[in-house]
Write a protein that binds this ligand. Structure first.
Ligand SMILES: [Zn+2]
Length: 288
């Protein structure tokens, strides 16, 4: 038996095996090949990559969802050695708006909505006083590409209706998918989360940054990525010196000094730039 020659037959045998497993079983494609064909030598690297990809694709046609989203953005091993969770495929839901709300007792909720019809996002931080008017950002084509990838990757249609962990305080959240202003799918959780939560957290952070005009950068940008202004200045925090107070070189950031203060700011649009290495850092702003 040879992977390239007998690919169809091999995939069908592995799918048949997957169908016998209880929902929630964790497997990897390389391991499945070994299990189903113990006497056949393992295919080479390229073929294993191909096997992994082909298996994920075929599984959905056969009513199975192989959920490996918990590996998102982690530096781990080769994809055919990474585990996925076998689940029955839920009906695919078509939606145009994702509405998300998250509460941490005793604060007000943080709200985010992503509108695929006009490629815009609306964001309401939990500390916002004006609860009726979230900040709205219309995405550029480049920004929207990124968001669309994440929305697709999160596989909202495969989320369970509820994720509950019995903890008294903590975080509760809900997500609604809407089509033509009608809710077509709901999901919620209380200290419990779907497998792809890491990916969703990245999506939230990315949207939040766009709306709040915040970016993590290594050095002072030459021009503002949000409004293209070149009028950028360094922040100073604490009691300013007479020089800082007088000159138009700085932005006075107030007295509170923390690790989470922005380093530079845009005079024209108020964008804040935080110094850091990882543009995907998600909890940069939480000062706990
Ligand atoms: Zn700007």
């Amino acid at each position: 038996m040879n992977y390239r020659k007998d690919k169809e037959q091999i995939l069908a045998a592995i799918i048949a095996r997957l169908k016998t497993l209880p929902a929630g079983t964790s497997k990897c494609s390389g391991g499945l090949f070994r299990e189903v064909f113990p006497d056949v030598p393992l295919p080479d690297f390229n073929d294993l990559f191909d096997l992994n990809y082909a298996l994920h694709e075929l599984a959905e046609k056969e009513g199975l969802y192989l959920d490996g989203t918990h590996h998102f953005n982690k530096e781990e091993g080769l994809p055919f050695n990474l585990d996925f969770i076998v689940k029955p495929l839920k009906p695919v839901v078509s939606f145009d708006v994702v509405k998300y709300s998250e509460s941490r007792w005793p604060g007000l909720p943080e709200e985010l909505s992503i509108d695929q019809r006009n490629k815009s996002i609306a964001y309401l931080p939990s500390d916002s006083v004006d609860r009726e008017h979230p900040a709205i950002h219309k995405c550029t084509a480049v920004e929207w590409d990124e968001i669309a990838d994440f929305v697709a990757g999160c596989r909202f249609d495969q989320w369970e209706e509820s994720y509950i962990e019995p903890v008294l305080d903590g975080t509760s959240w809900r997500i609604d998918l809407l089509k033509d202003n009608k809710v077509v799918k709901k999901s919620s959780g209380s200290n419990g989360y779907p497998n792809c939560w890491r990916m969703f957290t990245f999506l939230k952070a990315y949207c939040r940054r766009l709306v709040m005009r915040e970016a993590i950068v290594n050095k002072k940008p030459d021009k503002c990525p949000f409004c293209t202004s070149t009028n950028l200045r360094q922040y100073v925090f604490g009691l300013p010196t007479a020089e800082a107070f007088d000159s138009s070189k700085y932005i006075l950031g107030g007295c509170e000094i923390s690790d989470h203060n922005p380093k530079w700011g845009c005079i024209d649009c108020g964008a804040k730039f935080f110094k850091g290495d990882d543009p995907w850092e998600t909890d940069y702003w939480y000062n706990d």
